[in-house]
Design a protein around this ligand. Structure first.
Ligand SMILES: NC(=O)c1ccc[n+]([C@@H]2O[C@H](COP(=O)([O-])OP(=O)(O)OC[C@H]3O[C@@H](n4cnc5c(N)ncnc54)[C@H](O)[C@@H]3O)[C@@H](O)[C@H]2O)c1
Length: 404
């Protein structure tokens, strides 16, 4: 397990929308700025890798499968394992595959001795979340879920003020997050029916409520509708809603959809309001009081805080990617870099002990498996409720959902 360089090498598994738009720009920026060494990308088909080469013509990465010598359309679902064998140490694995495929990739990365950043949600099943948590504990591996809304200052403000006592005790809240219909119709056509707008984006606000309050869910009831997508050859839900009661008796209502009109002024409607015994919070996380209206794109609400390119201060002619989408992934990569550096030269029990000590400290503030379990448990409970005619679902002490 000897470390050969001080820079962190990165393997990205999955070459879809989030990889192209957020993960790779972030990783390449970290490489430009000297914190990341080699970059490897594994996806299921070589044509995805070829497309990424076209998107990032000035950047170098090793592709699995290699588009220069693999039939472009051939499906290679296990090629990520070859990539894992090729990842130099110190290395981090970023998992950005469809929600239902995260677990085998996280487990393989842990088994190969690497640390992980995984796109949210950690996984879709509580028993998988426990397997990941137990494997990570045993190996002393760091597994960070990219719940980027934790880095949104509009959310951090709520957490800080709530924890300072400004809002008193939580009474109730409402969060909404809805996306344009291009998501299930174009981007996720192959797997939308394996997920839902709740599991895909609603879970962000479940995690936000937990991140802000530290409360665990007690029971929930959920509803789902299938009206629009079945007319478009898809068995996915159009919209899903859940009312979640938390352990202190407060209630959060989460409203999600992914069939909003293409004419919406942003990809995502999103926001949150909460009421406490001493005050309230209200935030539109879509309209940040900034819009463009151009011949090219028409009217656009513009969120300067998520993940946007700004003219670089240090690299004239280039851009710097800035925002909570960037900060969240970088928090995971920086932690992994620090962990690898601090344990370089250590072996056996000493290495494991140091790793566990550092990870335990980060587990207080980061969505490591213990915290990411909340989103997974609520996702699974929402599915169970809908499958049972919107019955109430509670949780046992390990957060396994059960009908009540
Ligand atoms: N942090 C966020 O807010 C955020 C935003 C969007 C998406 N996501 C999450 O990121 C993940 C990916 O989303 P996306 O938008 O990129 O989806 P996508 O469908 O556009 O891309 C998924 C990619 O995974 C690849 N893949 C599938 N099976 C594979 C395999 N066996 N080996 C290697 N690659 C494989 C596909 O070929 C595709 O390139 C999902 O979990 C999603 O929920 C997170």
């Amino acid at each position: 397990m000897a470390q050969t360089s001080t820079k962190l090498n990165v393997l990205l598994i999955g070459g879809g929308m989030i990889s192209e738009e957020v993960v790779l720009p972030t990783v390449f920026q970290e490489q430009r700025d000297g914190r990341v060494g080699e970059v490897l990308v594994a996806s299921r088909r070589a044509n995805t890798l070829q497309h990424l080469r076209e998107c990032f013509p000035d950047r170098q990465f090793r592709a699995f499968p290699d588009p220069t010598c693999t039939p472009l359309d051939e499906s290679r679902p296990d090629c990520f394992r070859e990539a894992l064998e090729s990842l130099p140490r110190p290395g981090a694995v970023i998992v950005a595959t469809p929600d239902h495929l995260h677990t085998p990739m996280i487990m393989a990365a842990i088994e190969a001795g690497f640390d992980v950043v995984v796109e949210k949600p950690l996984c879709l099943k509580v028993d998988e979340a426990w397997k990941i948590r137990e494997a990570a504990d045993k190996a002393g591996a760091y597994v960070y879920t990219d719940y980027h809304k934790r880095h949104d200052r509009a959310v951090r403000a709520l957490r800080h003020r709530y924890r300072e006592g400004y809002l008193g005790q939580m009474l109730h809240g409402h969060a909404w997050i809805e996306e344009r219909r291009e998501i299930p119709l174009e981007h996720f056509r192959l797997w939308a029916h394996n997920s839902s707008p709740f599991e895909y984006v609603g879970v962000h606000y479940v995690d936000v409520y937990y991140f802000v309050t530290g409360l665990k869910p007690k029971r929930l009831v959920a509803f789902g509708q299938k009206k629009f997508l079945p007319q478009h050859d898809s068995d996915a839900f159009d919209a899903v809603q859940a009312t979640i009661e938390w352990e202190d008796g407060s209630v959060l209502w989460v409203q999600t959809a992914w069939v909003n009109t293409q004419k919406n002024s942003a990809l995502t409607n999103q926001g949150m309001q909460v009421l406490g015994t001493e005050g309230e919070y209200w935030a539109d996380h879509k309209a940040r009081n900034l819009h463009f209206a151009t011949e090219q794109n028409g009217y656009e609400d513009y969120n300067p805080n998520f993940f946007k390119a700004y003219d670089s201060w240090e690299h004239p002619g280039e851009v710097d990617w800035v925002g909570y989408g960037y900060e969240s992934i970088v928090q995971g990569l920086n932690d992994i870099g620090e962990l690898c550096a601090a344990t370089d030269g250590l072996t056996g029990e000493a290495r494991l002990a140091r790793r566990r000590e550092m990870i335990a400290e980060w587990a207080k503030t980061r969505p490591l498996p213990e915290q990411a379990l909340i989103g997974t448990a609520v996702n699974e409970a929402v599915r169970l409720s809908i499958a049972n005619n919107s019955a109430y679902v509670g949780f046992d002490e390990r957060l396994f959902p059960k009908l009540i």
